[in-house]
Every structure is written in C-alpha cells, then in structure tokens.
Design a binder for this molecule. Structure first.
Ligand SMILES: Cc1cc2nc3c(=O)[nH]c(=O)nc-3n(C[C@H](O)[C@H](O)[C@H](O)COP(=O)(O)O)c2cc1C
Length: 200
C-alpha cells in the first residue's frame, strides 16, 4: 500500500514536470524554426542570384569564367552553338568573318532558364574587334527585362570598350541593364571589377 503511494507520487511528479519540459521544448523549437524562416526570407530577398554564361574556343575565356566563378560562387554554363565553331585558327577566322558578313544568328543550343537570375556575367572572346555573332542571338532571344548583364571578354589586346558599341545596340529595347564590363585576361582586373561593382 505504502509502495503503491510512493509510486503514484513519482508518476505524478514525472507527468507534471515531464509534460512541462515537453511543452517548453516544443515552444523553443517552434520559436527557433520561426527565426530560421525569418532568416531564410531575408537571405532570399537580399541575395543576388548570378549566372556566368560564356563561350570559349581556345580556352582563355574558360579560364577567366572559372576565376569569376571561384570569386563569386555563381552558377556557370558554357554556351554551345549550332553551327559549331571550328577549332583551327584559320578556319575559325574565315567562319567568324562570314557570320559577320551575313549577319548570322547562330543558335545557342543550351541556353538555361534565366528566370531565377538577376545578374548574368556574359563572357566571350573578342573576334574582329567585336563580340561574336552568337552574342547577338543571346540579346535577341533571352528574356532579359530587368536583369543586369555584365559583359566580359578575353582578347590579344582589345579592351571591352571595342565591343561596347555593339553590345549597346544589341541591348537596346530589351529592358536589360547593361554594365560596362571588363577585359578578363588578368586576375587583378577581374577581382577589382567584381569588388567595385559589389558582385562579390
Ligand atoms: C577569329 C579571331 C579574331 C580575333 N580578333 C581579335 C581582335 O579583334 N582583338 C584582339 O585583341 N584579339 C583578337 N583575337 C584573339 C582572341 O580574342 C583571344 O585569343 C581570346 O582570348 C580567345 O579566347 P578563347 O580562348 O576563349 O577562345 C581573335 C582571335 C580569333 C580566332
């Protein structure tokens, strides 16, 4: 009888305090979940989603794109075109010049969905003192309204400024915010542009 009473008291204590602990614990958990949600919301609202979209024929622009990726943590996609560009220097020259002559719009066959990105870093080699013709295709076909496009180029010596008039013409009427961009042959130029424009 006495034993039964003691057991009863212990059980009652466990129920009262144990239940209290459970309720408290639940409260703390849901409170921390709520604050997690708040943080998530804040992060989504302020973070910029960036995409590096580039083409490289002989590898230099690819190296630049990868350096930018390392610094920004942005998504990265190498554009594929149809028709495919020759790798041989002379053939490529003739091919690229012909595309300029006929105002070609080579197809970009793997353009990703751009809806989730607000900034696109667009990389290309300078050919004949201007962007290759698939850059025209990009501005003509991608939905760019409200997005920022940051062009970058690699070249033997041409600065991005040689491509700028062409890029401005392509961007006209698309609603895109076109940044000046930069020549990406040197790491320090990449780093300083990204820092100056708050892209890192
Ligand atoms: C057809 C052709 C035209 C080029 N025209 C120029 C030019 O106008 N100015 C320049 O500085 N470099 C020029 N170059 C050199 C390339 O821009 C340079 O090698 C570039 O970094 C190549 O990039 P990639 O390796 O990513 O293909 C030309 C190269 C080729 C193949």
């Amino acid at each position: 009888m006495k034993k039964g009473l003691v057991a009863g008291i212990i059980a009652a204590v466990l129920i009262v305090f144990g239940g209290g602990y459970y309720v408290m614990n639940q409260r703390t958990t849901s409170a921390s979940n709520a604050s997690d949600l708040k943080t998530d919301k804040k992060t989504t609202q302020t973070s910029k989603k960036m995409l590096i979209l580039y083409y490289s024929n002989s590898g230099t622009t690819k190296i630049a794109a990868k350096k930018i990726q390392k610094q920004t943590g942005a998504d990265i996609v190498e554009m594929k075109m149809n028709p495919v560009y020759p790798k041989n220097y002379n053939k490529l020259g003739a091919f690229a010049q012909h595309q300029i002559d006929i105002k070609a719009r080579p197809k970009i066959t793997n353009l990703p969905k751009l809806a989730k990105y607000d900034t696109i870093l667009l990389g290309f080699p300078t050919w004949f003192h201007r962007p290759p013709m698939f850059i025209n295709t990009f501005f003509a076909t991608a939905k760019l309204k409200g997005k920022t496009v940051v062009p970058f180029t690699t070249s033997a010596s041409s600065e991005i400024s040689e491509s700028t008039p062409y890029l401005k013409k392509m961007a006209k009427g698309t609603g895109v915010k076109l940044q000046t961009g930069f020549r990406a042959n040197e790491t320090r130029t990449i780093t300083s542009y990204l820092k100056q424009h708050k892209l890192v």
